[in-house]
Design a protein around this ligand. Structure first.
Ligand SMILES: [Mn+2]
Length: 319
């Protein structure tokens, strides 16, 4: 079985690299650090970890994340014995770490995205798992790995954030059971919650209030949207963190909203849309612009300025 193969591969490897995805979230980072602890505590081996874009400052609390390297500081000519991708739905989601992945002697792909096309030599993909952290915890159970307090913090963070704090429809009885078991290894749920959800900067909160304040509503308030210009971000001392994280959900949280979206200016003729829905399949809407995602949470990059993008999206929603 693939799980046993993972045990064998770790035993047989001297150099191990753990890879997270572009624009990292709590699941990919928590799973990567969780795997780092699992390998360190059970095999007495230190792995390398790689981050391929900016690390959101909220996740700086993850134990040992400071040992991770940014892709630009990695030696891309290096040949690893084993590379493990965590929460990386497709191989182009890990930027230049792809080069290290392709050179490795053995590759693993641990994930929960339905769209993952099993691009590694060994693939452990569970589309019904809420998070890659849940998949990894199940692997650890099956292999009877020791779980340290540090590891439990990482895996709990992965599950907590990918379920939106156990609120999204991907939360299953298994998700809750596993999260409960993780508490017995020492993770303090209130501490992790505060780190993930109550650690926003003052600038970010004021910026989001500003964006909500100028939101527009159409179709009897069923559609709610707002736009984000680069100059707005600068006004609020933008520091490179994802200032729009959670903004679309704020608009969907209004009782009358059926579809909410945020259009962000990337440059003069490129915009990025993030869309959330209560029932309507918006993965379809976003795929009309070359994007995609889940039924109720999707996005796309549109080759047009912000105003034109808004009009195009409203037209598409009318269809
Ligand atoms: Mn995930």
């Amino acid at each position: 079985m693939t799980t046993e193969q993972l045990d064998i591969s770790i035993k047989n490897s001297k150099n191990i690299l753990l890879v997270s995805h572009i624009n990292p979230d709590g699941d990919t980072l928590g799973s990567m650090c969780g795997m780092y602890h699992l390998i360190k505590d059970n095999y007495k081996k230190k792995s390398d970890m790689v981050i391929v874009s900016k690390l959101p400052s909220v996740y700086e609390f993850l134990p040992e994340i400071n040992n991770a390297k940014f892709i630009e500081d990695m030696d891309l000519s290096r040949e690893y014995d084993l590379v493990i991708n965590l929460d990386v739905a497709s191989i182009d989601r890990c930027d230049n770490a792809k080069i290290l992945f392709e050179k490795a002697k053995t590759t693993f792909n641990i994930d929960h995205h339905e769209t993952n096309n099993s691009y590694a030599e060994f693939n452990i993909i569970k589309p019904f798992a809420s998070a890659t952290g849940e998949v990894l915890y199940e692997i650890a159970k099956n292999l009877e790995w020791k779980i340290s307090k540090e590891c439990s913090i990482c895996l709990y963070t992965a599950i907590l954030t990918d379920t939106g704090g156990f609120r999204f429809s991907n939360t299953t009885p298994k998700t809750m059971a596993y999260a409960g078991e993780l508490l017995s290894f020492g993770v303090e749920p209130s501490e992790v919650f505060q780190k993930c959800y109550e650690s926003q900067s003052k600038d970010m909160v004021l910026f989001q209030s500003y964006c909500v304040n100028k939101a527009k509503f159409t179709d009897e308030d069923k559609i709610a949207y707002t736009v984000v210009y680069k100059k707005d971000l600068e006004k609020f001392n933008y520091n490179g963190d994802d200032f729009t994280d959670g903004l679309t959900e704020k608009l969907r949280a209004i009782k009358t909203t059926q579809v909410a979206f945020v259009v962000k200016e990337l440059n003069a003729n490129t915009s990025k849309v993030s869309m959330r829905s209560r029932a309507k399949d918006i993965a379809k809407i976003c795929s009309a612009f070359g994007g995609g995602g889940h039924k109720l949470a999707a996005g796309a990059v549109i080759k047009a300025d912000v105003e034109t993008s808004v009009q195009m999206i409203l037209e598409e929603l009318k269809k």
